[in-house]
Design a binder for this molecule. Structure first.
Ligand code: ATP
Ligand code: PAF
Ligand code: BAL
Length: 304
């Protein structure tokens, strides 16, 4: 596994591996897994998925300052280079790209990539500028590594929708693959920020996955359930935690991220919906979601 820290070096490494691994006229497939490090099994699942279809797997580890707001946790974001490298090595990654902030942003960037509309809501509304920072750094990483495919986790579902739209709109020749959320056995979605939680906060945070499961069950049991019902149920279920502070608890269409009226019957949506949560436990803001196609959920069979 090569660990490279400069843009010039990663370009050179990927080019060399592409030449070595391309055979019989077929070009080797390069897969990129962008991360901010402090790697866990959620990240590992993206690497494993990449290995299924990519001949060369590159991961980036970069805590991107321009996607953090002024009062967010850029400075204290968890970092552990040695542990990250050991995990990447175990997963059979070919190249780890760990640039410095100075290398990625030698001067403040004058160019930003903005994906409109999809970023007006959910995390885009709560974290102004966040998705411009994400789209801009992901564009830079795509231009540096030149992957054929790139892997993102469904935990950050709005990010997936935004990156997929960016790739379409800007004609980037990259297959963006969304990978399922990896959870702890008790349901908590893995996240680097879980390390901030006290034992009490971690226990209370289980309300996230619990309320998502409850909503899916209710949609199965109650065919007439409306978006408004779901919003109320989410608020009352999350309210059972004495310390949870809701940032948002929403249901929208996915991946369009269009608002649903309170009276809209969820089962009537032809495509997918996302039930999306952002909730603070103490100082830590966690996100989680469930994406499903309501019209294809099983119906409850009522036995006579
Ligand atoms: N539990 C998870 N399951 C699947 N993918 C995940 C999971 N957690 C993170 N990812 C994905 O890993 C990639 C890198 O994410 P990142 O490094 O920000 O990790 P994170 O755990 O989401 O961190 P944070 O706590 O900052 O949200 C993203 O595409 C993200 O969606
Ligand atoms: C995609 C990403 C690595 C861009 O900094 C980040 O937003 C993340 O970790 O999800
Ligand atoms: N996983 C999303 C990166 C962020 O919260 O900034």
């Amino acid at each position: 596994m090569k660990v490279v820290r400069s843009i010039a070096e990663v370009r050179q490494q990927v080019k060399q591996l592409r030449q070595q691994r391309s055979q019989g006229g077929g070009d080797a497939v390069v897969g990129l897994v962008p991360t901010m490090g402090f790697l866990h099994d959620g990240h590992a699942s993206l690497m494993r998925r990449a290995k299924q279809t990519s001949d060369i797997v590159v991961i980036s580890i970069f805590v991107n300052p321009i996607q953090f707001g002024p009062n967010e946790d850029f400075e204290r974001y968890p970092r552990d280079e040695q542990r990250d490298l050991a995990l990447a090595e175990r997963e059979g990654v070919d190249v780890v790209f760990m640039p410095t902030v100075e290398d990625m942003y030698p001067a403040p960037t004058k160019t930003h990539v903005t994906v409109a509309e999809l970023t007006d809501t959910l995390c885009g509304a709560s974290r102004p500028g966040h998705f411009d920072g994400v789209s801009t750094v992901v564009t830079k990483l795509f231009n540096i590594v030149k992957p054929d495919e790139a892997f993102f986790g469904a935990k950050d579902a709005q990010q997936v929708a935004v990156i997929k739209q960016m790739v379409i709109d800007l004609n980037m020749d990259i297959n963006v693959v969304a990978c399922p959320i990896v959870r702890e056995v008790d349901g908590l979605a893995l996240s680097s920020r879980n390390v901030y939680l006290s034992a009490e906060e971690r226990e209370q945070a289980l309300v996230l996955s619990r309320s998502l499961e409850m909503i899916k069950q209710r949609v199965i049991e109650q065919p007439e359930l409306t978006a408004g019902d779901i919003r109320s149920m989410l608020r009352s279920e999350i309210g059972t935690s004495s310390i949870a502070i809701i940032d948002y608890a929403e249901i929208m269409t996915f991946p369009q991220l269009e608002a649903m009226e309170d009276r809209a019957v969820v089962r009537d949506v032809a495509g997918e919906v996302i039930v999306a949560l952002a909730v603070k436990f103490g100082k830590t803001r966690l996100i989680d979601n469930a994406i499903f196609s309501p019209s294809t959920l099983p119906q409850t069979v009522v036995h006579a």
